[in-house]
Design a protein around this ligand. Sequence first.
Ligand SMILES: Nc1ncnc2c1ncn2[C@@H]1O[C@H](COP(=O)(O)OP(=O)(O)OP(=O)(O)O)[C@@H](O)[C@H]1O
Length: 321
Amino acid sequence: MGVDVQVTNLTKQFGKQLIWKGVTLTLPAGEISVMLGPSGTGKSVFLKALIGLIKPDEGSIVIEGTDIASCSEKELYEIRKLFGVLFQDGAMFGSMNLYDNVAFPLREHTKKSESEIRDIVMEKMDMVGLLGAEMKLPGEISGGMRKRAGLARALVLDPEILLIDEPDSGLDPVRTSFINQLFVDLNAQIDATFLIVTHDIHSVRVVPDQIGLLYHKHLAMYGPREMLLSSDEPVVRQFLNAQTIGPIGMSEEKDADQLEAEKDMDLPPLPPIPLQMEPSNGIPRRAQAAPGAWCRANGVTPPPGSFTREAEHAAGQQQQG
Ligand SMILES: Nc1ncnc2c1ncn2[C@@H]1O[C@H](COP(=O)(O)OP(=O)(O)OP(=O)(O)O)[C@@H](O)[C@H]1O
């Protein structure tokens, strides 16, 4: 059914290095959120904090009434059963075939019989389009298939929360679109709360319900997709439109001279907001809203041409230009 994840005032540092401070957001139950940010801003650290692999220095992460930042190991063990995690490379055991890899969490964490395990593994392999590849070793398949196998494994314990770290790394644009469609379809089907960390701007524009941006050791913005895609906030605008003009430089922040040199430059207009991806299987998602609903409800005029089939194309062209 998906559960809320309430993050309040989260702060983490490693030694003297502050990673982020005061991060507050709620991942709404059953919705797809995406976390963005320049390299090194602590997106992976944030994911690890959510599953209790890294302890924050301050703040809380409350899931179903338990604060995983301060709970006991026993409570953490229980809460972790709510999570499915897809790591960047799928994190498969190289010496096990896909069937055994996907069956692994069931054999470790449940007392199910081998025939029950078989039914679940085959169901999840089917969900990610890998039926027939069960006997293959991870080294014998493509990166895209490994990710889907990792996803099947993340699904076997029926997670309420699915954390996905850079699903598009190493995938070509077509494979990225397929895996995005798979996320949207799965979200409709299992209704879990999704958090995806990605650098892929196209995915960010069309997949999530909510978008967050980590920048300069804090959460610069978190909110509905249409809010961020229509935002004039310089960091958000620069990042979501892959532009060089703006506060983000090669080494995170530009210096005062660089910003002064840019001050009279015209920013390209905001590209139209594309339509959000819909489930291909016809099952509506819980969080699905009519195109432009957030903009209308908040009196925001979206960029011209938004919410049309052409809008997607226009954004792609602008990024390349
Ligand atoms: N266990 C750790 N001990 C010390 N420092 C760490 C640890 N884990 C991460 N860091 C540091 O935290 C910072 C943020 O790392 P993280 O991997 O979360 O960034 P990211 O935003 O995911 O980057 P990228 O987009 O490049 O994957 C880095 O400077 C990294 O070296």
